[in-house]
Design a protein around this ligand. Structure first.
Ligand code: PA5
Length: 471
C-alpha cells in the first residue's frame, strides 16, 4: 500500500487574466500561519477540557487528533481498545449477516459512503458473498423521508418472514449523534420491526443485530438500552457530525466492509503531522486554503468545483460538499461547493465551466494508480469506430489525456484550475485526503472569522417540520 504524500499543484491558477500571480500566496502567508496557529490552539483548548470562551463556542475541535488518539489507544490497550472492539463487532456482523443497513443522515452516513465507494469493489453490493470476501453488503437508509424508497427496501429485505439462510440475514447500525434526528429515527423504528420478524421474535438476537453509534445520552441511547444492545459505540464529545468520519461513525461501516481502518487513521495522522510542520508553499492544507481563499477574495470565484477524475471519488466529493457548506455557509458568506465526476460531467457541466460566468475555481482530484490493472482498448476486426490506432492505449491513458486536455482548454480561456493528486486509491491516501479537507475547512473558517463548527441554520427546518407534524 503506497503511503506517498498527496500533492497539491496550483500551477493552473497562475494566469495572465482572471487568475493569480505567483507572489500572491506569499502575501497571505502570515494570515494562513495565524489561522493554523489558531487551529492548533483550538486543539489544545479543547483537549484541556476546561471552559470554552463564548466567542469560540461551539468548539468541536476533537476531530483533529482523533486519529492519533485511537491509534495510540490501540497500541497501548490492544483488544480492549475502541479500534479493536470496532473491528471485532464488524467481523462478528460479517460472519453473521449478509447485509448491514447503515441508518443515518448528513455527517452520520456520508463518510461511510465515501469510504465504500472509494475503496470497495464498484459493484460490491451486487457481487456474490464469496466475491465480496464474505463481507456484508451495505445499504444506506434513514437519510430521507421517502416512502417509495423505504417500501423498496422492505421488498429487498423480504417481508414478514424469519431469515433462514445467511444470505437473507441482515443487521442494522443506526448512527445519530444527537439521537433525535427524525429521518433516521423513523427509518429505525420501522426497520426494527422488520428485523424483529427476521429474527423470529428473538429479543436477545435482535439486540445483537442492532449496533447503535450515538452520543452518551439521548433518545437513541435510551432506546438502545431498552433493546438490550451490548455493543453501543459513541460519537466522541467535541466531534461534530461532518467531522466524525474517523470515529465509529465512519470506522464501523468501513470495518464491516473489510477496509483497513488502521491504515485509514495512519494516513489521517500523517496529514496532521504534515499540517503542523510544513511551510506555506509545501503544505497541502495551507496552500489549498490559501489559493481557494485568494481566488474567492480577489477574483470572485466563490464556486468551488471539486472535479473528480473517475467515478470512485464522487461520494468523497459529496461528503466534502456537506463539510464546506455546513461549516462555512454562515453569516451570508462561504463558498459554494460543487462536485463533478469527469469525464461524465464534461458532457453536462463542461460547457459552463469553459465559457460560463467566471465564478469558479476547479480543483481536480486525480489518482495515479487505480486499484485494478489498466485495461487496454484493444484491436478489433470491426474498426468502424477507428479505435485500432489506439489499441495499445489503456482506459487510464484516455482518462489522463482527458484531464490534461481539459486543463489545457481551461488555461487557454484563463479558467483557473489546481490539481490534488493521490498516488494510489487506498486507505492510507484516502485518510490523508479526508483529514486534509477537514483541516482546510477549519483553517479557512479561522481565516474568515467564521466558526466552522455547529450548524445553527439546519435547526430552522427541523423546528418547523416538527411543529407542522405535531399540529
Ligand atoms: O455535521 C453535522 O453535524 C450534521 O450534518 C449531522 O451529521 C446531521 O444533521 C445528523 O445529525 P445526527 O447525527 O445528530 O443525527
Amino acid at each position: 500500500m503506497s503511503t506517498a504524500p498527496i500533492t497539491y499543484d496550483p500551477i493552473g491558477v497562475f494566469l495572465p487574466q482572471h487568475g493569480l500571480q505567483p507572489d500572491d500566496l506569499p502575501q497571505v502567508t502570515p494570515r494562513l500561519e495565524a489561522a493554523r496557529d489558531e487551529v492548533l490552539a483550538d486543539d489544545v483548548l479543547w483537549s484541556a477540557g476546561g471552559s470554552v470562551p463564548a466567542a469560540k463556542q461551539p468548539l468541536d475541535a476533537g476531530f483533529h487528533r482523533l486519529p492519533e488518539r485511537l491509534l495510540q489507544e490501540y497500541d497501548e490497550r490492544g483488544a480492549d481498545s475502541e479500534l479493536a472492539r470496532l473491528q471485532a463487532t464488524a467481523d462478528r456482523l460479517a460472519a453473521e449477516v449478509d447485509r448491514v443497513l447503515v441508518l443515518g443522515i448528513g455527517g452520520s452516513y456520508m463518510g461511510a459512503r465515501a469510504l465504500m465507494e472509494a475503496c470497495c469493489h464498484p459493484y460490491h453490493n451486487e457481487l456474490s458473498r464469496a466475491a465480496r470476501g464474505n463481507r456484508p453488503r451495505i445499504t444506506y437508509e434513514g437519510n430521507n423521508l421517502d416512502n417509495d424508497a423505504l417500501q423498496g427496501l422492505f421488498d429487498l429485505l423480504g417481508r414478514n418472514a424469519p431469515a433462514q439462510e445467511i444470505t437473507d440475514r441482515w443487521a442494522v447500525t443506526v448512527i445519530s449523534k444527537s439521537g433525535g434526528t427524525l429521518e433516521t429515527a423513523v427509518a429505525f423504528r420501522m426497520l426494527l420491526e422488520q428485523l424483529r420478524i427476521s429474527c423470529g421474535g428473538d429479543a436477545a438476537r435482535l439486540a445483537e443485530l442492532v449496533v447503535p453509534v450515538t452520543g452518551a445520552s439521548g433518545k437513541l441511547f435510551d432506546l438502545a438500552q431498552a433493546l438490550g444492545c451490548e455493543e453501543i459505540y459513541h460519537v466522541p464529545d467535541g466531534v461534530g457530525g461532518r467531522f466524525s468520519i474517523f470515529s465509529a461513525v465512519g470506522l464501523l461501516p468501513a470495518a464491516v466492509l473489510g477496509l483497513d481502518i488502521v491504515q485509514l487513521l495512519a494516513g489521517a495522522a500523517a496529514m496532521n503531522e504534515h499540517f503542523r510542520t510544513a511551510a506555506v508553499g509545501e503544505n497541502v492544507v495551507l496552500d489549498y486554503t490559501g489559493i481557494c481563499h485568494l481566488m474567492e477574495e480577489r477574483r470572485g470565484c466563490d464556486i468551488r468545483v471539486l472535479s473528480t477524475w473517475g467515478k470512485r471519488l464522487e461520494a468523497v466529493g459529496l461528503w466534502y460538499d456537506q463539510l464546506l457548506s455546513e461549516s462555512l455557509g454562515k453569516q451570508e458568506r462561504g463558498a459554494t461547493p460543487l462536485t463533478v465526476v469527469n469525464t461524465r460531467d464534461l458532457h453536462s457541466r463542461g460547457q459552463q465551466h469553459q465559457e460560463g460566468v467566471r465564478d469558479k475555481l476547479i480543483t481536480n482530484i486525480t489518482v495515479g494508480q487505480g486499484r485494478r490493472e489498466p485495461l487496454a482498448i484493444g484491436q478489433s476486426a470491426l474498426n468502424q469506430d477507428g479505435l485500432n490506432e489506439l489499441a495499445q492505449k489503456t482506459v487510464p491513458d484516455a482518462l489522463q489525456a482527458a484531464h490534461r486536455g481539459t486543463n489545457q482548454a481551461y488555461r487557454e480561456e484563463n479558467r483557473p484550475t489546481a490539481d490534488l493528486h493521490l498516488e494510489q486509491l487506498n486507505e492510507f491516501q484516502l485518510g490523508q485526503l479526508l483529514q486534509m479537507l477537514m483541516l482546510a475547512t477549519v483553517v479557512e473558517g479561522r481565516l474568515l472569522g467564521i466558526n466552522p463548527y455547529g450548524q445553527p441554520g439546519v435547526e430552522a427546518y427541523k423546528k418547523n417540520m416538527n411543529a407542522i407534524l405535531r399540529t
